[in-house]
Every structure is written in structure tokens, then in C-alpha cells.
Design a protein around this ligand. Structure first.
Ligand code: PMV
Length: 330
């Protein structure tokens, strides 16, 4: 049989209202909804070729064979897609991140969104965008939001099978002109993965229940802020939401401290800029890289100030980007 091939491109995203807590860890169903911005140019391009001559999946990342953990996660995800297609054929998977590898930037969102789209296409599984988003969610929760791209809302849903837990765009990439400046402080891999961190926070943090309540209320406010194209309001919600998430994680036992000194200095720098009149707000995921949400007019100032924080090794300027899309196979 000739190999069935497809390739897809997807962007990473940063949550302005964070997903941090699962109602079902197996299906990656969140306890609360979240809201994100797709980050152009932080892309993953994944090519997949199903081939009956293969005895197992062959996974490469950035031009080299992927490590066993990455390969196992890819195979576990492909098993879900093979199940939908009613096929057992293995695949050759070639993934490249278009941002510096080892920059400590989460690539699971862009990676599983691109993989979901390419694998479904190659196996002839026809899915609507919500179904594709729910499929990508199985690989990594945040990947659900990289399918629609733009400014996306991923609803928690209430169904046990997760079919109502997918993301949809509430604004396209050009509908709300904003910028995200990412500071890279630590290129190393995360000490604690997001699933372990979320489960520890859910089961041991005395602040978990209030964090989830806070996130639910923040999501309602953030959607209204996006609809009103109100960057100041959206930024205030994003900053307080990130701090609340980290507060709940810090209170877990043992506490999860994702930040390093440069992350804290970046928070203060961004707040100082705001006091000086810039529209700039801090956010940070389950790692040490600070991110500033800002207006296009303030982007240069924010980038320069963030780059000047001791311990910030590089910065990457991002803008809202598109959803996942098929691309020509190389
Ligand atoms: O998609 P995961 O399982 O890597 O979780 C991502 C969690 C955060 O980045 C901390 C928040 C978010 O909503 O992206």
C-alpha cells in the first residue's frame, strides 16, 4: 500500500484565563473553562505517513529520533485516531518546532493540534472543527485551543464523554490587535509536568476550590473584555488570573514554585511599565518564562524592558495567529 500522508501546522497559545485542574484526567476534561491567544510565530509543523510496512511508530522531533517519552505519548495519541479510523497501521511522524527548541516554551499545544489534524486527514477521519479540537484535547488539554486559533475559549463542558469540551474562536487573529512578548529565562525542561502539577494542586492545595471558582468568574469577565476589545480590562483579568493560578499551585503540598528570580523581576518590570503609562500585563504558565500582554504601541518598550531584566536570555515577539491548517507535504 502506498503510505497515506498529510501535514499540518499549528501555533502554540498562551492562556489569559488558565486551565489548571482536571475534572477527568484520562480524557483531559478541565474543571473550568479557559481563554487563550494563538501565538504567531510559535509554530509546529507535523508530517505523518501511515505505512503498512512499519512494525511500530517512528517518531522524529527536530530532525532526530524523539526520546522514548515523547514517542510513547505520540503513539498513545495515534492509537486514539487509529481507533476512530478502525485501522492498526503504524506511522512515520516528523515534527519540527519553528521556535528555538530547548527555549523552555511549551510545545504540547501546537504539537498535538498539528498531530491531530494531520493524523485525522491521513487516515480519512472526517471531523468538524469542534470534534478536532476535542480530539487534540486528548493529547494535551491546551491543544484544544490551538485548533481554532485566534482568541479561543475552551469550555469545560459537562458531559462525561467530553464531546462538549472543545474550543472555539471568539475573535480571529486580526480582530483584536494585541501583542505578547515572551521572555525566555530558562531553556531547560520543566521540573514537574502540567498533569502532575494540576493533580497535586487539585488534591492538596487548600486554595484549589477557590482557584476554580475564580477561574470561572474570570472567564466570564475575559469573554466580555474580548467582545469589547478592551485590552486594559483583559490584561487586568489575565494578570490576576495567572497570579491566582500560581497562588493555588504554591499552596500545594509540596508547593509548586514554577518561577525563578528573573520571572519575579519581570513581573515587577511589567508592573513598573504600567505605572509609567504602558498597557502591559504579566502572565506566566506552569514554568518560569514570563510573558507580557501589551498593546502594539507599547510592544517596543515592553520588549526592551523585558530584555533588560537580568536572567532574561532572549525575547520572542508574538501576535495573535491562525488556527491549525493542513499544509503541503514536503
Ligand atoms: O495542556 P497542558 O496539559 O500542558 O496544560 C497547560 C496548562 C497551563 O499552561 C499552565 C495553562 C493553560 O491553560 O495553558
Amino acid at each position: 500500500m502506498t503510505a497515506r500522508r498529510a501535514a499540518a501546522r499549528a501555533l502554540a497559545n498562551v492562556a489569559l484565563v488558565k486551565y489548571f485542574g482536571k475534572r477527568d484526567p484520562l480524557l483531559n476534561l478541565p474543571a473550568a473553562g479557559s481563554l487563550s491567544v494563538a501565538l504567531e510565530p510559535l509554530e509546529t509543523v507535523t508530517e505523518i505517513a501511515f505505512d503498512e510496512d512499519l512494525q511500530g511508530d517512528a517518531v522524529s522531533l527536530g530532525g532526530a529520533p524523539a526520546d522514548p517519552a515523547f514517542a510513547a505519548r505520540t503513539t498513545a495519541f495515534l492509537d486514539i485516531v487509529r481507533g476512530l479510523a478502525g485501522r492498526a497501521t503504524f506511522a512515520r511522524v516528523t515534527t519540527r518546532n519553528g521556535f528555538p527548541t530547548g527555549a523552555g516554551l511549551a510545545s504540547s499545544a501546537s504539537g498535538f493540534a498539528a498531530l491531530a489534524m494531520a493524523a485525522a486527514e491521513a487516515l480519512g477521519v472526517e471531523l468538524t472543527e469542534p470534534e478536532l479540537s476535542a480530539l487534540a484535547r486528548r493529547g494535551s488539554g491546551s491543544a484544544a485551543r490551538s485548533i481554532p486559533g485566534g482568541i479561543a475559549v475552551w469550555m469545560a463542558g459537562t458531559l462525561a464523554d467530553g464531546t462538549d469540551s472543545f474550543a472555539r474562536a471568539i475573535a480571529g487573529p486580526r480582530d483584536f490587535d494585541l501583542r505578547i512578548v515572551v521572555g525566555v529565562t530558562d531553556p531547560g525542561p520543566k521540573a514537574v509536568g502540567s498533569t502532575v502539577a494540576m493533580e497535586r494542586t487539585r488534591t492538596t492545595s487548600p486554595y484549589y476550590a477557590s482557584w476554580i471558582e475564580t477561574a470561572r468568574a474570570d472567564l466570564v469577565d475575559a469573554i466580555a473584555a474580548v467582545e469589547a476589545r478592551d485590552l486594559e480590562r483583559l490584561g487586568e483579568i489575565a494578570e490576576r488570573n495567572a497570579l491566582a493560578m500560581h497562588g493555588a499551585a504554591l499552596a500545594a503540598r509540596p508547593g509548586l514554585a514554577f518561577w525563578n528570580g528573573a520571572t519575579v523581576d519581570a513581573l515587577h518590570s511589567i508592573r513598573a511599565l504600567r505605572a509609567e503609562g504602558s498597557l502591559a500585563f504579566f502572565t506566566c504558565d506552569a514554568g518560569p518564562q514570563p510573558k507580557a500582554l501589551c498593546s502594539p504601541a507599547d510592544e517596543d518598550t515592553v520588549a526592551a524592558r523585558l530584555a533588560a531584566v537580568p536572567g532574561v536570555r532572549s525575547i520572542i515577539r508574538c501576535r495573535p495567529g491562525a488556527g491549525a491548517a493542513l499544509v503541503a507535504c514536503p
